[in-house]
Design a protein around this ligand. Structure first.
Ligand SMILES: NC(=O)c1ccc[n+]([C@@H]2O[C@H](COP(=O)([O-])OP(=O)(O)OC[C@H]3O[C@@H](n4cnc5c(N)ncnc54)[C@H](OP(=O)(O)O)[C@@H]3O)[C@@H](O)[C@H]2O)c1
Length: 333
């Protein structure tokens, strides 16, 4: 067992784009668990867009990471030492231990997982927070009926890829929007979407209209900005919009100025933002359904893996720019 902890700390709050200098790497002693606590060795760290918000102290739904503190993050790993009878050394667990090799938390803050049928890191992706996000937004906000059209942005990503597959399983026509031909080929060919618009191809307006000739009943929005604005103008009457994320704005110093908000009124649309961690009571149901699909081979996903915690900052920045292809992870050595 490595005898030291490695941690990535928030060094400075970014204004605009995140840069490597906003993080520092620190070596520290391995912590010891107190009564009721568990020492975990993290094997996987999840990198997620929400972390950009936590680096900033602007008003938000969650507290920012303090300067000099370990960056927040979902992790999957194994119990090394336990001072709670609920967990034993060797148990595989997911939790929020942050960007570090080792962490100590109360046992109740961890979820024990089974990695015998899916790889451990799947509990950070399709069978974790991103999967539940897709499930919640689609089932509780979009509520598509068979035969209706669902459009999802950032379609090849951790959340978007699950949204589209869930919607296909409900008998919907599914259109994705993604950056680049390779991602669109994957979304159509491997994930089984009916169509995918490459927003980087330079014909966004025409291509969205061609893919949605009768408009969309449901929009699962991950991106914001011009794509969202144009899709608003393509919604059918009484359409539903799950406002999940606006990643195109996360590093912007000025938010994108929307032009088509009038469509919400004219088409009598319902739009709702949501935060998946505020719906913990639904996670067991969502994970059961996603797990059943994974076991049946009807849920597909891919991963982008950065090797080593030292690479976490650059992998995070790359993901915010769309450099990831599927769930962005760090293999913690
Ligand atoms: N509300 C919630 O509770 C909740 C929970 C989880 C995630 N989210 C949100 O869901 C969204 C997707 O998260 P994820 O974890 O699944 O990430 P992801 O889709 O795996 O990765 C982010 C993707 O965003 C796309 N992107 C980045 N900048 C863009 C831009 N300027 N224009 C268009 N697309 C851009 C890139 O894909 P392309 O190459 O296709 O552009 C990139 O691969 C994020 O907005 C995130 O904040 C919300």
């Amino acid at each position: 067992m490595s005898s030291e902890n490695l941690q990535v700390l928030l060094a400075e709050r970014p204004v605009g784009w995140v840069e490597p200098r906003h993080f520092t790497l620190q070596r520290a002693p391995v912590p010891s668990p107190g009564e009721g606590e568990v020492l975990v060795r993290n094997r996987w760290l999840s990198l997620d867009p929400y972390m950009r918000g936590r680096m900033s102290d602007a008003k938000s739904y969650a507290e920012p990471v303090a300067l000099g503190a370990v960056m927040v993050g979902g992790t999957a790993g194994e119990v090394v030492e336990s001072r709670d009878p609920a967990l034993r050394p060797g148990d595989k667990v997911v939790g929020m231990l942050g960007w570090q090799r080792f962490g100590c938390v109360p046992a109740r803050a961890l979820m024990k997982v089974d990695d015998s049928r899916v790889p451990l890191q799947a509990w950070l992706g399709p069978l974790g927070m991103p999967g539940v996000t897709a499930w919640y937004g689609l089932n509780r906000i979009c509520e598509p009926q068979p035969g209706q059209t669902v459009v999802v942005t950032a379609a090849s990503g951790a959340v978007g890829s699950v949204v589209g597959q869930l919607a296909k399983a409900r008998g919907c026509r599914v259109v994705g929007v993604a950056g680049g031909a390779a991602k669109c080929d994957y979304v159509r060919g491997e994930l089984g979407f009916d169509a995918c618009v490459d927003y980087k191809a330079g014909r966004l307006g025409e291509d969205l209209k061609a893919a949605l000739p009768d408009g969309a009943d449901c929009l699962f929005e991950n991106v914001g900005g011009e794509i969202f604005d144009r899709l608003l103008g393509l919604m059918r009457p009484f359409g539903r919009i799950a406002l999940c994320g606006m990643i195109s704005d996360y590093n912007a110093t000025e938010p994108y100025a929307m032009r088509n908000v009038r469509a919400v009124l004219v088409q009598r649309l319902k739009m709702q933002g949501f935060i998946v961690s505020e719906h913990m009571e639904l996670w067991p149901q969502a994970l059961r359904e996603l797990g059943a699909m994974a076991a049946a081979g009807s849920l597909r996903w891919r991963e982008s893996v950065a090797e080593g915690l030292e690479r976490a900052p650059e992998a995070f920045i790359d993901m915010l720019r769309g450099g990831n292809f599927g769930k962005q992870l760090v293999r913690v050595d």
